[in-house]
Design a protein around this ligand. Structure first.
Ligand SMILES: *[C@@H]1O[C@H](CO)[C@@H](O)[C@H](O)[C@H]1NC(C)=O
Ligand SMILES: *[C@@H]1O[C@H](CO)[C@@H](O)[C@H](O)[C@H]1NC(C)=O
Ligand SMILES: *[C@@H]1O[C@H](CO)[C@@H](O)[C@H](O)[C@H]1NC(C)=O
Ligand SMILES: *[C@@H]1O[C@H](CO)[C@@H](O)[C@H](O)[C@H]1NC(C)=O
Ligand SMILES: *[C@@H]1O[C@H](CO)[C@@H](O)[C@H](O)[C@H]1NC(C)=O
Ligand SMILES: *[C@@H]1O[C@H](CO)[C@@H](O)[C@H](O)[C@H]1NC(C)=O
Length: 474
C-alpha cells in the first residue's frame, strides 16, 4: 500500500516536473534561456543585446533577468501579466523613462533591481503602483536627483532599499514614515544633512548607511524614532561637530561609524544612550580632546577606533566608571608620553588589547612606542615625566609617522570596507597588507537574502567586523 502511494507520488512528481519544464520553455523569448529550477521558472535574457522588452514571457516565470541590455523605455504593463513573477532584474540598461504602471500585472513581485540605469534621473510618483508585495528595491547608480514623496508609499511591504550612488542632496523625504523598512543604503551621494524630520516614523530601521556623502550637520533628535537601528554608518562625511542630542534614542545601536570626518572633540553626551554599542569608529578625524566619561556606560564595546587623530593625551576618566575590555586603536596620533599616559602603558602590558601608541613627545622618548617608555620614580614613589630634549637641526628627531603594524593597517581599512559598494580593485589598492581582495568579495550579508546574487545589497557590517576581529586578534 505504502509502496504504491510512493510510486504514485513519484510519478506525479516526474510528470508534474516535466510539465512544468515544458510550460516554462514553451513560450521562452528567442533571445532568452528558460529553465525550470527549484525556485520555479527562470528566464535569463542578460547580455542579449535587447533594445526592447520581449513581447511575451512564460506565464509561469518566477524570475526574469534582463541585465546588461540596451533597454531604454518601459511602457505600461511592460511585462504583461505574470502572476508568479517574484524577481525582476533590469540592471545595466539604458532606461531613461519608466511609464507609470509599467510593473502592473506582477502582483507577487518581491524584488526589483533597476541599478545602473544612469539615464533614469527622475521617477514618476506612480512608477511602482500595484507592487504591494515588493520587499527589495534597488535604485543604485541611476543618477537620481530625488525620489518623489509618494513613490515608496505605494510599497507597504518594502524592507530593503538600495539607493546609493545617486545625486541626492537631502535624505529623500519619501523615506519618512516607512515603518516597515529595515535597511536603507544611501551612501555615495551628495546628502548634506540629517534633519530632525528626515527619519521620522522609521521604527523598524535596522541599518542605515549614509557614508561617503557630504553630511555637515546632524540635527538634535534626528534619530529619535529609530529605536531599532543597529548599524549606523556616517563615516567619510564632513561632520565637524555634533549636537549633544545627535544620537538620542539609539538604544539598540551596535555599530556606529563616525570615521573620516572633521570632528575636533568627543563629547560626553553623544553615546549616552548606547548601552549595546559594540563597535565605535572615530578614526581619521581631528580629535584632540575626549571629554571625561565620554565612553562611560559602553560596557559592551568590543573595539574603539581613535587612530588617525590629533590626540596627545587620553585620560582614563574617559572610560570611568565603565570597565572597557575591548580593543583600543590609537596609532597615528601625536601622543605625549608623560605620566598622564602611565595608566595606558600599564594597561597595554596587562591587557594586550592596545598596541602601537607612538610617542611624539617629550623629546627624550619621541619615536619610541609607549610600551618602551620607562617612567622614572621620585623618592616618594611618584611618576616622573621623561625629559624634554631640545633637538638641533642635525639631530635625527622623531619620525613623523611611525610605521603602522599589521594590525593597525588592517584596522584602518575596516571603516572603508564597510562601504558595501566600493569596487574590489579600490579596496585592493589601499590594502598593501594581509587582506586579500577575496575578503571583500565574499562579504556575507546579514538579514534576509532572497537571491544571494548580490551580497553587496545588504550591509552585513556586523558580521564582517566580527570576522575581521577574529582575524586581527590572532
Ligand atoms: C542611452 O540613451 C541615451 C539617450 O537616452 C543615448 O544618448 C545614449 O547613446 C544611450 N547609450 C547607449 C549605450 O545606448
Ligand atoms: C507594514 O506592513 C504591514 C504588513 O505587511 C502593513 O499592513 C502595513 O500597512 C505596513 N506599514 C506601512 C507604513 O507601510
Ligand atoms: C551612565 O549611566 C548612569 C546610570 O544609568 C547615568 O547616570 C549616567 O548619566 C550615564 N553616563 C553617561 C555618560 O551617559
Ligand atoms: C628647551 O628649549 C626651551 C625653549 O625653547 C627651554 O625653555 C627649555 O628649558 C629647553 N630644555 C632643555 C632641556 O634644554
Ligand atoms: C590600482 O593600482 C594600479 C597600479 O598601482 C593602478 O593601475 C590602478 O588604476 C589602481 N586602481 C584603482 C581603482 O585605483
Ligand atoms: C590574493 O589571492 C590571489 C589568489 O588567491 C593571489 O593570486 C594574489 O596574489 C593575492 N594577492 C595578495 C595581495 O595577496
Amino acid at each position: 500500500m505504502k509502496g504504491h502511494r510512493m510510486l504514485v507520488l513519484l510519478l506525479h512528481a516526474v510528470v508534474f516536473g516535466a510539465w512544468a519544464e515544458e510550460a516554462c520553455t514553451r513560450t521562452c523569448p528567442t533571445a532568452c534561456a528558460c529553465s525550470s529550477t527549484e525556485r520555479g521558472c527562470s528566464v535569463r535574457c542578460d547580455r542579449a543585446g535587447l533594445l526592447r522588452v520581449p513581447a511575451e514571457f512564460p506565464c509561469e516565470a518566477a524570475s526574469i533577468d534582463l541585465d546588461r541590455n540596451g533597454l531604454r523605455f518601459l511602457g505600461e504593463r511592460a511585462f504583461g501579466t505574470l502572476p508568479s513573477l517574484r524577481r525582476l532584474s533590469l540592471r545595466h540598461n539604458n532606461l531613461s523613462f519608466i511609464t507609470p504602471g509599467a510593473f502592473k500585472g506582477l502582483p507577487r513581485l518581491a524584488e526589483l533591481r533597476l541599478a545602473h540605469n544612469g539615464e533614469l534621473r527622475y521617477l514618476h510618483a506612480r512608477t511602482f503602483a500595484a507592487l504591494g508585495r515588493l520587499r527589495r528595491l534597488d535604485l543604485a547608480s541611476c543618477r537620481l536627483f530625488t525620489v518623489p514623496e509618494r513613490l515608496l508609499a505605494e510599497l507597504p511591504a518594502l524592507r530593503e532599499l538600495a539607493a546609493f550612488d545617486n545625486l541626492f542632496r537631502r535624505v529623500p523625504g519619501a523615506l519618512r514614515g516607512l515603518a516597515n523598512l529595515t535597511h536603507a543604503h544611501l551612501e555615495h551621494s551628495r546628502i548634506e544633512a540629517v534633519a530632525s524630520s528626515s527619519l521620522l516614523g522609521m521604527r523598524r530601521l535596522r541599518s542605515l548607511s549614509l557614508q561617503a556623502n557630504r553630511v555637515r550637520a546632524v540635527h538634535a533628535g534626528a534619530f529619535r524614532d529609530c529605536g531599532a537601528l543597529e548599524h549606523l554608518l556616517l563615516n567619510d562625511n564632513l561632520l565637524a561637530e555634533l549636537p549633544a542630542e545627535a544620537f538620542l534614542g539609539l538604544r539598540r545601536l551596535r555599530t556606529l561609524n563616525l570615521g573620516g570626518n572633521a570632528l575636533g572633540l568627543v563629547a560626553r553626551a553623544w553615546f549616552a544612550d548606547m548601552a549595546e554599542l559594540e563597535l565605535l569608529y572615530l578614526d581619521r578625524n581631528s580629535i584632540a580632546f575626549v571629554e571625561e566619561g565620554a565612553f562611560q556606560n559602553l560596557s559592551g564595546l568590543l573595539a574603539l577606533h581613535l587612530n588617525g587623530n590629533q590626540l596627545t593625551v587620553l585620560a582614563w576618566a574617559a572610560f570611568q566608571p565603565g570597565f572597557f575590555l575591548g580593543r583600543l586603536f590609537l596609532f597615528r596620533n601625536p601622543w605625549r608620553c608623560d605620566c598622564r599616559l602611565e595608566w595606558l602603558r600599564d594597561w597595554m602590558e596587562s591587557s594586550g588589547r592596545v598596541a602601537d601608541v607612538p610617542c611624539a613627545a617629550p623629546g627624550s622618548v619621541a619615536g619610541l612606542d609607549l610600551s618602551q617608555v620607562a617612567f622614572g620614580r621620585s623618592s616618594d614613589g611618584l611618576c616622573v615625566d621623561p625629559e624634554e630634549l631640545n633637538f638641533t637641526a642635525s639631530s635625527p628627531g622623531p619620525s613623523p609617522e611611525p610605521a603602522a603594524t599589521t594590525v593597525s593597517r588592517f584596522s584602518s581599512l575596516l571603516s572603508k570596507l564597510l562601504a558595501p559598494r566600493v569596487p574590489v580593485e579600490e579596496v585592493a589598492n589601499t590594502t598593501e597588507g594581509p587582506l586579500n581582495t577575496s575578503l571583500s568579495d565574499s562579504l556575507p550579508s546579514s538579514g534576509v537574502v532572497v537571491s544571494g546574487h548580490n551580497t553587496r545589497f545588504l550591509l552585513g557590517s556586523g558580521f564582517l567586523l566580527s570576522v575581521v576581529f577574529v582575524l586581527s586578534m590572532d
